[in-house]
Ligand binder design. Sequence first.
Ligand code: AMP
Length: 285
Amino acid sequence: MNVVSKVSEARKEIAAWKEFHQLSIGFVPTMGFLHEGHLELIKKARTENDKVVVSIFVNPAQFGPNEDYESYPRNLDRDLKLAQEAGADLVFTPDASEMYGPVPAVSLKASARTDVLCGKSRPGHFDGVVTVLTKLFNIIQPARAYFGKKDAQQAAVVKGLVDDLFFPIEIVPVETVREKDGLAKSSRNVYLTDTERQEAPKIYKSLLAGKNLFMEEKLSAEETKEYILSLLNEIQGAEVDYMEVLPYPELIPAAGQSKQMIAAAAVKFSGARLIDNIIWNLEEK
Ligand code: AMP
């Protein structure tokens, strides 16, 4: 496995793979502090492509002024070991000055699906996401890019990005990897206190309970939202940032044709804001 931090070095390696050997590339963009969720993406990419590229970049453009950019957990040595074990061929670890010049010549704005959930509670977040992914997609030129369903809104926004800008990249969604007690794995889980760690699995349990009542036709979408919200509000030491039940991937309340629904929540503990969701097929009902 090779590790590079300059765009020119990444391009050189990728050009050799693509031009001389016509190899396909699977790409896994991450912010590092890797856990089994990330490793699942890398392993899936490993099975579907000739080469696997992982990027590790805590992207300042997707953090708001009062968010956790500075304190976001980082451990490059450990990440490199895990990425290698999971089957990465190249890890791209640029610093912020490599990815962003002093003044941007263009700016990208995510305009669909961003007025709800994390788009609403983190203004500008998805603009930062689509900007950095456009840069990374142009550097890596993958055939496929892998995204976790844990960040379901991100996966939907990124699909919009590649469709709108005609990137010849298949977006591959990957199931959320959870701890045994149901808590979605997240780099930010290390910032939970012991008591909060005991409470945090209730996020997923609440989503699941709501989904089940919806599936049994006991609750409407609006009632499901209220029911899950009431359960989330019982979690000790937590403040609910948002809770919504919406058609997926549209994320528009009145999207009538949708085949799937999502129940998605963001919950703030003292040192970490956690997100989670459940997506289900309406046809299963
Ligand atoms: P991050 O480093 O948090 O930006 O995440 C990088 C990628 O890993 C994103 O596509 C995430 O959706 C995905 N990811 C994060 N946590 C999980 C998880 N628990 N299960 C599956 N994918 C995940």
